[in-house]
Design a protein around this ligand. Structure first.
Ligand code: PHB
Length: 405
C-alpha cells in the first residue's frame, strides 16, 4: 500500500456521493466554488439501490436549473394526484385541483445517475469505494478529510468547509460535540417489505392503502417493472414469504379484485426497510455542516427523504458562498459560524414540517401490532375526515407535493 500522503486542496470537501453530496458539489461549481467528494460505496452499488421514487416540483426544478441533462422530464412521469384507500374505500387526492402542483415519479437511483454522470462529465473530483474516512481539524481554518482510496492509497482533501452528506448512518454527525448537538428520535413498531416485480402497472397513480391487515403501497417503475411495499414486522426474513403469499396479502390490503386488480409478476428483489424518524440539531459545528439523511431521517411514507436533501442543498449553497466570501469569519461562543447556523435554522423549519407529515401519514395509514378496535375505528374516522373534506385533502396535497420555501 502506498502511504505517501496525496493531498488535494479545494474550497469544500464533501463526505458522501449520494444525491445530497453531488447536488451540493454541482451547485457550488456553478458559483465558481471548488469541491471534492468521497464516497464509501461504489458508484454501481448506489446506482442499483432502490429508494423512494417521488420528486416534489422544487426538486424537479433544481434538476432542471442545475443544467445537468437530467432525464426527469423525458423518463419521469408527472402525477397530478394519488389514491388513498381504507379497506377498499378509494379516495383520490387531486393535487392540481387542490394546490396547483404535481409530483414526478422518477426513482432516486435515476436522480443519482444523472448527478454522477454530470459531475464526472465536468471532471469533478470524486473518489468512490473509499475506506477509513476521517474528518480532522474542524476547529482549524483548513479541516481535512483523510481516507484510503479504492487502490489502497492514503489521501487527504484539505478544504475550508466540510459538508457531511454521508447518509442516515453518518459518521460526520458524530463530530458535532454531544454538548452542542441534540438528537431527536422516534421509532415505529413496523417496517416495510419492499419488492420489485415484473408486471405492468396496477393503476395509473400510486395507491397508499390501509386495511385490517395493515398498510400497502403500490408504486411504479416502468411499463414492465413495478415497486410495491407492505407493512411487516421489523424482524421479518424477506425470504420467508412466497411470491403468492405476498401478492395475496397486498390484494387483501387493497380490497377485493372488484376494487382494483393487482397485477402480479416474478419478484426480482425483496428487502425489509426499517422505519425511523431522526433530527440532529444544529446541523453544523465549526467548519462542518450536514445535509440530507446525515442530519435527518424520515420514514418513507411521505416520500420526503430525497426532497428534504434537495431543500437542504437549496438553503445551504448560498450560505456556503457567504461564509467562503468572508475570510475573517470566526465562530461564535458555541463554535458555530453565523451563515451555517442560519442554514441550520432554515433547513430545520422545513425538516420539522416534513417530520410531522411523515409521522402523521405513517400513523394514519399503518396498523400498530397492538391496535384495538377503538384505535382502528378512530383511524378510519380520521381517514374519512381527511379524504372527505377539501380542507383535509388540501393538507395532504400541500404537504405531499412540497410546501413553497
Ligand atoms: C417508491 O416508488 O419507491 C415510493 C413512492 C412513494 C413513497 C415511498 C416509496 O412514499
Amino acid at each position: 500500500m502506498d502511504t505517501t500522503p496525496h493531498g488535494t486542496q479545494v474550497d469544500v470537501g464533501i463526505v458522501g456521493g449520494g444525491p445530497a453530496g453531488l447536488m451540493t458539489a454541482l451547485l457550488l461549481r456553478r458559483r465558481g466554488i471548488s469541491a471534492a467528494v468521497v464516497e464509501a460505496r461504489s458508484e454501481e452499488t448506489i446506482a442499483h439501490t432502490q429508494r423512494a421514487g417521488i420528486l416534489e416540483a422544487p426538486t424537479v426544478q433544481m434538476l432542471l436549473d442545475a443544467d445537468i441533462g437530467s432525464r426527469v422530464l423525458t423518463e419521469g412521469h408527472e402525477h397530478t394526484g394519488t389514491v388513498l384507500s381504507f379497506e377498499g374505500d378509494q379516495r383520490r387526492i387531486d393535487f392540481q385541483e387542490l394546490v396547483g402542483r404535481s409530483v414526478w415519479l422518477y426513482p432516486q437511483n435515476e436522480v443519482f445517475r444523472d448527478l454522477a454522470a454530470a459531475w464526472q462529465r465536468e471532471e469533478g473530483i470524486i473518489h468512490w469505494s473509499v475506506e477509513n474516512t476521517a474528518v480532522e481539524g474542524l476547529d482549524s481554518d483548513r479541516p481535512q478529510i483523510g481516507f484510503t482510496d479504492a487502490d489502497g492509497v492514503s489521501r487527504t482533501i484539505e478544504a475550508r468547509v466540510i459538508v457531511g452528506a454521508d447518509g442516515s448512518r453518518s459518521m460526520c454527525r458524530k463530530l458535532i460535540p454531544e454538548g452542542v448537538r441534540t438528537d431527536h428520535f422516534t421509532s415505529y413498531p413496523f417496517a416495510w417489505f419492499g419488492i420489485l416485480c415484473e408486471a405492468p402497472p396496477t393503476a395509473p397513480e400510486l395507491i397508499y392503502a390501509n386495511s385490517e391487515v395493515g398498510f400497502a403501497l403500490i408504486s411504479q417503475r416502468s411499463d414492465t417493472v413495478q415497486r410495491m411495499y407492505f407493512q411487516c414486522d421489523p424482524d421479518t426474513d424477506p425470504e420467508s414469504w412466497s411470491d403468492d403469499e405476498i401478492f395475496d396479502h397486498i390484494q387483501r390490503v387493497l380490497g377485493g379484485e372488484e376494487v382494483v386488480e393487482l397485477r402480479r409478476g416474478r419478484i426480482t428483489e425483496r428487502t425489509v426497510l426499517p422505519f425511523r424518524s431522526y433530527v440532529c440539531d444544529p446541523l453544523t459545528y465549526g467548519r462542518l455542516v450536514l445535509a440530507g439523511d446525515a442530519g435527518h431521517t424520515v420514514p418513507p411514507t411521505g416520500a420526503k427523504g430525497l426532497n428534504l436533501a434537495f431543500s437542504d442543498v437549496r438553503a445551504l449553497v448560498p450560505r456556503l458562498e457567504e461564509l467562503l466570501g468572508d475570510p475573517a469569519a470566526r465562530p461564535d461562543d458555541d463554535g458555530l459560524f453565523d451563515p451555517l447556523r442560519r442554514y441550520s435554522a432554515t433547513a430545520l423549519d422545513r425538516v420539522w414540517k416534513a417530520q410531522n407529515f411523515s409521522y402523521w401519514a405513517t400513523n394514519l395509514l399503518h396498523r400498530r401490532p397492538d391496535e384495538d378496535s377503538f384505535a382502528h375505528l378512530r383511524r378510519r374516522g380520521e381517514f374519512q375526515a381527511i379524504t372527505r373534506s377539501a380542507y383535509g385533502r388540501g393538507y395532504f396535497a400541500d404537504s405531499y407535493t412540497g410546501w413553497a420555501d
